[in-house]
Design a protein around this ligand. Structure first.
Ligand code: NAD
Length: 670
């Protein structure tokens, strides 16, 4: 296929003649069959909704086909309309365009649907089991066409994957505004998602799937490495006395698959259980996990040998995590750090596989006996917590990994609450990310080279390391550790060979670091040291991007953690300060209804406008959250915003006065 053929196919949008039906590819990982939740009337509505993308002449053929898809999968993906070309990140100029910024968005969308990157590519799911880029292939085709034809005087509007259309705007406005899963608050239960998604009117965009900012598992390897390194610091494990720490967790999926690789980079022995043999195979073939073990006795033996030899190894246990916890608890085997990364944000539709039944049987029960499946999940969670509690009493540091484990375990009636009704264990944000990173403005800054050229990525790595190195010299003691960890990471990043899909990189930086790196990239693009534009963005899992009471904002303790003003303000503020695109989502990470999160993408093209935009927008993008965290009386954030106000006279933030606890107690006793 030539470049010109590719461009023609993108510009085709919905084809004028029906493409042939596509065979179902058994070799790919497919989304599980979703719950049959629609009434007969709602099924006819779903069908009518799906057919509105196509001329009436196609309806006769498509109606039966879509009805079958709805019946077989619980959704209408419109498989027939999946394009024939390979979807993957390419050079920005390979995409047809009138706006280079729109072409950069096409690079990002294509990467999110690349079969080597996405979890269920044919169902347009990038990660997390239900993190969708689009709901169906008609939406994909229309969006790519709109992006290809639009100019810098238009903005594309997307409602949960559906392109509402191109609207006149101006050069300095975002080229794209995306919302995913935004509903009236009372209609935000898991079943609401199932129903609205089956009807084709809403989707779960996760954090970076529906905002096109997913860069493969590398992003999460970085975050997980930082988390494990800091968990080890909390343990104060002295490897000379105790040997290497052992980390036990579950999941080798989209994000969870980063755990063994991150443990290796952090210098820790790890055992990660995974029930899905395809997920195990993928991570093993990528070299992200060293060894695969399928029986429990061999697992115990291997862990003992690694401990004895004091040698880092990452082990995938192909089986259920509950069996691992119970065996290690029963045999009194020391585990130093523990977590869980099953997709418990999505517990009833394949996110969590209960112990005691096979993977295949579980997949069958999800749709055929949903109530029984739910009870099995609850029982399994109770067992899991029982075993974890025993090991924690022996000294393990256990943390919730932002997957709603504590929440779902408590809902299942597991022994997970303390005397005050709080969770027994912290979330990784409460203990690690919040106080050590987010309160100081450090969060997941990422970039993608739109040339798709490895050489450009190497240049950006070098520029980022030099920039952070300069900042480190005069940085206050409070942030030296974060800066050093990230300088170390970026220097090693190429050697760790973590790129899957687009030529992308991630590190954690604060506002000063992000702005300095972005400026340096922009000048390098201007002087052609970098050959094409660079997209900068971030995971929503950041200082300001996400209001999530059990994760990103779990260390906000002034009672405001259930509000979502910060995330909404963040997106609005980014959009008029120069973002190329913005997105606002319901539900990323911990589940529909449990979080509001937002993000941005910005194209650096070497221009002066780009330099102005990046300075203004990144400053807001980080300091909005710092100001909110500071108002919540978080000491790190108060330190950071005071420092920022000294640097930026136009920034004037309302600061809290700290009331005396004894005074308050006395006042209430009167
Ligand atoms: N890593 C992070 O920093 C991070 C951050 C935020 C949220 N999360 C959350 O972590 C969860 C996992 O994300 P993901 O993208 O890897 O999802 P995923 O669905 O791709 O992977 C989860 C894996 O867990 C496996 N699994 C389910 N139940 C199991 C069981 N009982 N025993 C063993 N394996 C089991 C599944 O087969 C699947 O492969 C999500 O809820 C996500 O929101 C992770």
């Amino acid at each position: 296929m030539t470049h010109s053929d590719f461009k023609t196919m993108i510009l085709e949008g919905i084809p004028a003649t029906l493409p042939d039906p596509k065979p179902y590819d058994q070799n790919l990982n497919h989304a599980p069959k979703r719950k049959d939740i629609l009434s007969p009337e709602e099924k006819s509505l779903a069908l009518k909704n799906a057919l509105r993308y196509f001329p009436v002449k196609f309806h006769k053929t498509l109606a039966g086909e879509f009805a079958k898809e709805l019946n077989d999968t619980g959704r209408i993906y419109m498989y027939r309309f999946r394009p024939d070309y390979e979807i993957k990140a390419r050079h920005i100029d390979d995409f047809p365009h009138n706006s280079r910024h729109a072409a950069a968005i096409m690079v990002m969308i294509s990467n999110n649907l690349d079969c080597a990157v996405a979890q269920h590519p044919h169902e347009l799911i990038t990660y997390g089991g239900n993190g969708a880029v689009f709901q169906n292939w008609a939406q994909y085709r229309l969006v790519m066409k709109y992006l290809a034809v639009m100019t810098d005087e238009q903005t594309l509007v997307i409602y949960s994957g559906h392109p509402l259309g191109l609207f006149p705007s101006h050069k300095d406005s975002p080229r794209l505004v995306v919302t995913n899963g935004i509903v009236v608050p009372n209609y935000s239960s898991q079943d609401h998602w199932e129903k609205f998604n089956a009807l084709g009117v809403s989707q779960y965009g996760q954090m970076t799937a529906g905002s096109y900012m997913y860069i493969g598992p590398q992003g999460i390897v970085h975050g997980t490495t930082i988390t494990i390194m800091n968990a080890c610091r909390k343990l104060k494990v002295n490897s000379k006395n105790n040997g290497l720490p052992l980390f036990v967790s579950s999941g080798l999926g989209g994000m969870s698959g980063a755990q063994p690789k991150a443990a290796e980079i952090a210098g820790v022995i790890s055992v990660i259980a995974e029930v899905n043999p395809k997920a195990v195979k993928t991570r093993f073939s990528q070299g992200w996990v060293d060894e695969v073990i399928c029986d429990m006795d061999s697992l115990i033996e291997r862990v003992n040998v690694a401990r004895k030899e004091n040698r880092v190894v990452s082990i995938a246990y192909q089986g259920n995590i509950v069996d691992v916890w119970e065996k290690f608890a029963g045999d009194n085997i020391r585990i130093d750090i523990g977590s869980d990364q099953t997709s418990l944000h999505n517990p009833w539709a394949g996110g969590y596989y209960p112990a005691g039944i096979s993977f295949e049987e579980a997949n069958r029960l999800i749709s055929s006996e949903p109530e029984r499946f739910k009870e099995l999940v609850r029982e399994s969670l109770r067992r899991q917590v029982r075993a974890i509690n025993i090991i924690c009493e022996r000294g393990m540091y256990f943390f919730d990994y932002g997957n709603a484990f504590l929440l779902e375990a408590s809902r299942a009636g597991a022994d997970i609450l303390d005397f005050n009704g709080n969770f027994k264990y912290p979330s990784y944000v409460e203990d690690i990310m919040g106080p050590l990173c987010f309160d100081y403005g450090f969060g997941p800054f990422r970039w993608v080279c739109c040339s798709n050229d490895k050489a450009d990525l190497e240049t950006t790595d070098r520029i980022a390391a030099e920039t952070l190195g300069k900042i480190l010299v005069n940085s206050p003691q409070e942030i030296k550790q974060q800066l050093s960890d990230n300088i170390h990471w970026i220097k090693e990043a190429a050697g760790n060979r973590l790129v899957v899909g687009s030529q992308a990189r991630i590190l954690y930086a604060d506002a000063e670091g992000r702005i300095a790196i972005a400026k340096a990239f922009n000048s390098a693009i201007k002087s052609r040291i970098i050959s094409a534009p660079v997209v900068i963005g971030r995971d929503h899992h950041d200082v300001s991007g996400t209001d999530s009471p059990y994760r990103e904002t779990s260390n906000i303790r002034d009672g405001s953690k259930f509000t979502a003003d910060m995330a909404v303000q963040n997106v609005i503020g980014d959009s008029f300060r120069g973002a190329t695109w913005v997105s606002l989502h319901n539900g990323g990470g911990v589940g529909w209804g449990e979080v509001i999160n937002g993000g941005f993408g910005m194209v650096l093209d070497g221009s002066e406008e780009a330099e102005n935009r990046l300075s203004m927008m990144l400053h807001w993008d980080v300091n909005n959250g710092i100001a909110r965290r500071s108002w919540a009386r978080n000491s790190g954030a108060m330190f950071t915003i005071e420092r920022e106000m000294q640097r930026t006279p136009a920034l004037q933030v309302t600061m809290p006065y700290i009331a005396d606890d004894i005074l308050i107690a006395e006042a209430l006793q009167q």
